[in-house]
Design a protein around this ligand. Sequence first.
Ligand code: PEP
Ligand code: MN
Length: 340
Amino acid sequence: MVIVMQASATPEQMRQVLHLVETSGFHAHINDGVERKVVAVLGEVDIDKVELVDRFENLPGVEKVNLISAPFKLSSRQYHPEDYIVRDGNLAIGGNRVCIAAGPCSVESPEQIMESAIAVRAAGASMLRGGAFKPRSSPHSFQGLGEPGLKMLAEAGEETGLPVITEVMDAHDLDLVCRYAQFLQIGARNMQNFTLLRAVGQCGYPVLLKRGPGCRIKDLLMAAEYVLCEGNSRVVLCERGITTFEDAARNTTDINAIPILKELSHLPVFLDPSHSTGEWRWVTPIARAGIAAGADGLIIEVHPNPQAARSDGRQSLKPERFAEMMRQVRAIAEAVGRTV
Ligand code: PEP
Ligand code: MN
């Protein structure tokens, strides 16, 4: 349930509402909206919902009470009607400007990540990606360099002035990753690792939450809810392809998810066309489609020498191809009234 306060509601009226929320056995999350405050009432409802709605509606300062039947509340537009902009330093994700994060799948060496960082920055990226903890399907595949990789990534980020985003796979590594990164990534395989989601919620760092390949849009929003519940509002949702019967590409890009997520939620939405296609030749066309469909940003794998990459070389763009992708994406962004 969400309680929409009148624009003229006083602090005392707000206090009365919060008091009734707590004494009824719930807890409140407050969205200090631009026009009016909205209070989300969270907890299990075991008393009569209609009676509860009446009690809240009769309080002074309350405009209306909406029951949200969906199992996600804090990630829903009903709670936060305006688009939400995730900010960190100079970075703003979810506003008019489309944000591009780019870099290799894995950090492999200081030279490889530095060369990647310089190239993606020159082409106009505003974030550097690179994995140091890699969720690989086989335990025999390269697992990432761990802390030395994080150090290399942080150095390349500092040198180029790009904030860095990297995956955290385990709640135990969170403090370590936060020492080196500005932005966290929760990978597709961990989308429903609820312990990790809560830990990231408590740590407060901005997070890119990737959709699991077998998960529905509502599952992604419920996963985001775990982070938001802990008081961390800086969540970016990411479509990265789902598993379907179609096996011509690594995954199926669910372009529908972009406008659907934007409608259901106020959170910014990214597309990862590298993982959603699995093939570098299809990355640029699908990147264009994502921006045309309303994505707030892209995360792209770029490697100075894809043939030699230790992970995901096949779907990685060479720097010059990434620069060409940026040119095309810029044109699409302008066509839909945005900038890059
Ligand atoms: C990645 O970004 O390299 C990655 C492993 O992505 P995903 O979790 O979407 O598979
Ligand atoms: Mn990858």
